[in-house]
Design a protein around this ligand. Structure first.
Ligand code: TXA
Ligand code: MG
Length: 340
């Protein structure tokens, strides 16, 4: 199949809407990462998403809406707190899990009786949903296991020839996926950290719990609250290690290894650049969590292009959006942390 390359203009947005309405797949920009969209109410269309990504069938998808009124038909009940959350965080990078209605096909919910709903803030994403006239199921538009795509080139790299079209909306603003919370547990629970921080959510959800899988590895016998958390994720071909320590210790550590081994790369802060001698990519100033988030996935993909065998990442802090960055990093590193 030839993948159509659509631009950010009203004609092409309309074309994307038509393709989706007719059961096709379109790579769409959002403020977090690019999504691989299909009509959420059409099982056959949604099945194609799993095929194109090579995604396990039990990993449910997020349903994207363009207006709050669209939620009523998709869930069995809207708890009042959803309106409070929507008021502050929608449109934006927050996904809310609720009990699903019969309208949601089980292929979307991965067989669960819940559904994840999000209203993206990227104007083009909402225009495409409106043009399609239906809610859109969309996981990140990467091959399963790869880092999520933050540019249209990343989407083409993974999906060219496998999907009907992709629409270029420029690079994504946040660069890590949305924050996922569930309101279907006894207390509201954070399943995946993202652009909206736990501190921000606690302003409304004062009893928010953080799921154990956010920062630690699940044991073999533990059930993942979010099926996506049990799979290997965000992994480039290179082996990734997270290294905790100050700039001097980090630099000495990677400089020593790179003298002995080939293919050693580092993901560093601006402050480390002059100290680290091996090949490196910088993901921003040490304190700048938002820069780390927006550059992380592109950097992981670039290491593969450069032929990296091992990548040592200078560990960011866990606060604010840093929690989302650490969550992705720990998964891409298979939880290998080196403490200096
Ligand atoms: O920012 C984002 O959320 C992007 C853009 C495209 O919107 N989408 C995205 O989708 O990251 P995906 O499929 O890559 O990640 C969705 C995560 C998965 O970990 C999945 O297991 C979880 O949300 N999830 C979806 N529905 C769920 C449900 N009903 N219960 C528990 N977890 C669910
Ligand atoms: Mg994903």
């Amino acid at each position: 199949m030839e993948t159509k390359f659509l631009q950010n203009n009203m004609d092409d947005i309309k074309t994307a809407g038509e393709i989706l309405k007719n059961g096709g797949l379109v790579g769409i920009p959002t403020e977090t990462v690019y999504g691989l969209a299909a009509n959420a109410l059409n099982s056959e269309a949604v099945e194609k998403i799993f095929k194109a990504k090579g995604r396990p069938q039990d990993n449910p998808l997020i349903v994207h809406i363009s207006d709050l009124s669209e939620i009523d038909d998709l869930v069995s009940y809207v708890p009042p707190v959803v309106y409070e959350l929507a008021d502050v965080f929608w449109p934006g990078p927050l996904t809310i899990i609720l009990e699903k209605s019969d309208l949601i096909p089980s292929v979307v919910s991965g067989g669960l009786d819940t559904v994840a709903i999000r209203m993206p803030s990227h104007p083009v994403a909402r225009q495409i949903i409106k043009a399609a006239g239906v809610p859109l199921a969309a996981p990140s538009a990467n091959t399963s296991g790869m880092p999520s795509p933050t540019t249209v080139e990343h989407v083409m790299h993974d999906m060219d020839g496998k999907i009907d079209a992709v629409l270029d909306g420029g690079p994504c603003e946040f660069g890590v996926e949305s924050t996922v919370i569930t309101l279907c547990t006894r207390k509201p629970r954070l399943l995946r950290p993202g652009g909206i921080t736990p501190e921000e959510l606690e302003e409304i959800l004062c009893d928010l719990e953080i799921d154990k899988a956010v920062l630690s590895e699940l044991e073999d016998n533990e059930v993942a609250a979010s099926p996506g958390m049990k799979y290997k994720h965000y992994s480039p071909k290179a082996e990734v290690f997270v290294v905790e320590g100050n700039s001097e210790d980090f630099a000495e550590y990677v400089n020593t290894i790179s003298k002995e081994e080939k293919g050693i790369f580092a993901l560093v802060f601006t402050e480390d650049e002059s100290l680290v001698n091996c090949e490196k990519i910088s993901f921003g100033k040490k304190e700048d969590n938002l820069a780390h988030a927006s550059k992380l996935f592109a950097a992981l993909r670039e290491f593969d292009e450069l032929g990296a065998k091992k990548v040592y990442v200078h560990s960011p802090e866990y606060d604010g959006v840093g929690l989302a960055v650490m969550n992705r990093l720990l998964r891409s590193a298979g939880h290998k942390i080196i403490k200096l």
